[in-house]
Design a protein around this ligand. Structure first.
Ligand SMILES: Nc1ncnc2c1ncn2[C@@H]1O[C@H](COP(=O)(O)OP(=O)(O)OP(=O)(O)O)[C@@H](O)[C@H]1O
Length: 251
C-alpha cells in the first residue's frame, strides 16, 4: 500500500472555550480523494487552516512526506506542494483571469526556483494549460470580478491546477455549481486523482461526495467520529442524524 503523503495526528485548536478541532488524525494518500464531511461548525475549515499554516495548532502534528510542517507559514506550506482553495475563493478580483492563474505559479512547488526566462516560460505554459483544462481560455483577459459565479469557481480550480501541487485541499469547490458545471468539476478531480494527486475535499453536497470520494472522514464538534468508505459512512443512521441536526436521535 502507498504511504500517505500527509499525516496529521492529534491536531487541536480552540477559540476561547470552543474546541474547534480536538485531536484530529487524518492521512492523505496519492491518488485518493478524501471528503471531510460534517455539520456546520464541525471544524472542517479549521483543519485545513491548521495544515496550511493559516492558524497555529495548540497541539498535534502534521507531517508532509515525513517532515513536519508545523509552524511553517502558508506560503512555505504551499511551496512544499500543498495547494488550497477557499470557500470565499480569494481571487485577485481586479486582475485578469490569466494573471490570477499566473500568480498561483509563483508559490508553487515546481516553480519556486531561480527565475530567468526558462522558468517564466514554464510558468506561462502551466497557466495556459490550466486555463484550457478549466475552459477559461476565451476569458483569459477578463477581470476576475466580471466572471459569473461558476467561472470564478473554475478560476479558483485553475489556480490549483497551475500550482502543480501534489496535495489539494479544496473547501467546498462544488458549492453553488449547476449540474453540468459539477460534472466538469468532477472530471477535473478524477483526472487529478489519476495523475496521483492526494485530494481532500470539504463538501456538503452528498451526491458530489458519493461520486468523487474514495473515503470519508466524518467530523463533529472537532473530532473525527468515523472514517471509511462513503457507502458505509453515509448509510450510518447515527451520523445522518448528526449531519442533519437531529442530535436527540443520534444519542
Ligand atoms: N477564527 C476563529 N475565531 C473564533 N472561532 C472560530 C474561528 N474559526 C472557527 N471558529 C469556530 O470554530 C468552530 C469550527 O469552525 P469551522 O469553520 O472550522 O467549521 P466547519 O466545519 O468548516 O463549518 P462550515 O461547514 O459551516 O464551514 C465553529 O464553532 C467556529 O465558529
Amino acid at each position: 500500500m502507498t504511504a500517505p503523503l500527509l499525516i496529521c495526528e492529534g491536531l487541536s485548536r480552540s477559540f476561547g472555550g470552543v474546541k474547534a478541532v480536538a485531536g484530529v488524525s487524518l492521512s492523505l494518500t496519492a491518488g485518493m480523494v478524501t471528503a471531510l464531511v460534517g455539520p456546520n461548525g464541525a471544524g472542517k475549515t479549521t483543519c485545513f487552516n491548521l495544515i496550511t499554516g493559516n492558524l497555529r495548532a495548540d497541539a498535534g502534528k502534521a507531517m508532509l512526506r515525513g517532515q513536519s510542517i508545523m509552524g511553517l507559514k502558508p506560503h512555505q506550506v504551499a511551496r512544499q506542494g500543498v495547494a488550497r482553495s477557499f470557500q470565499d475563493l480569494r481571487l485577485f478580483t481586479h486582475m485578469s483571469v490569466r494573471d490570477n492563474v499566473l500568480a498561483a505559479t509563483e508559490t508553487s512547488a515546481w516553480f519556486w526556483q531561480p527565475g530567468g526566462a526558462a522558468a517564466r516560460r514554464a510558468r506561462e505554459a502551466a497557466t495556459e494549460e490550466a486555463l484550457a483544462r478549466t475552459g477559461l481560455t476565451a476569458l483569459a483577459e477578463a477581470r476576475a470580478m466580471d466572471l459569473a459565479y461558476a467561472e470564478r469557481k473554475f478560476l479558483s480550480m485553475a489556480r490549483i491546477l497551475a500550482a502543480r501541487a501534489d496535495i489539494w485541499l479544496l473547501d467546498e469547490p462544488a458549492s453553488g455549481l449547476d449540474l453540468s458545471s459539477r460534472r466538469r468539476f468532477g472530471e477535473l478531480l478524477k483526472e487529478a486523482r489519476r495523475q496521483g494527486v492526494a485530494i481532500c475535499l470539504i463538501e456538503h453536497n452528498l451526491d458530489v461526495v458519493t461520486e468523487l470520494a474514495d473515503r470519508i472522514a466524518f467530523l463533529d464538534q472537532g473530532k473525527v467520529l468515523a472514517e471509511g468508505e462513503p457507502e458505509a459512512i453515509l448509510r450510518d443512521p447515527k451520523l445522518a442524524a448528526i449531519y442533519f441536526g437531529d442530535r436527540e436521535d443520534a444519542a
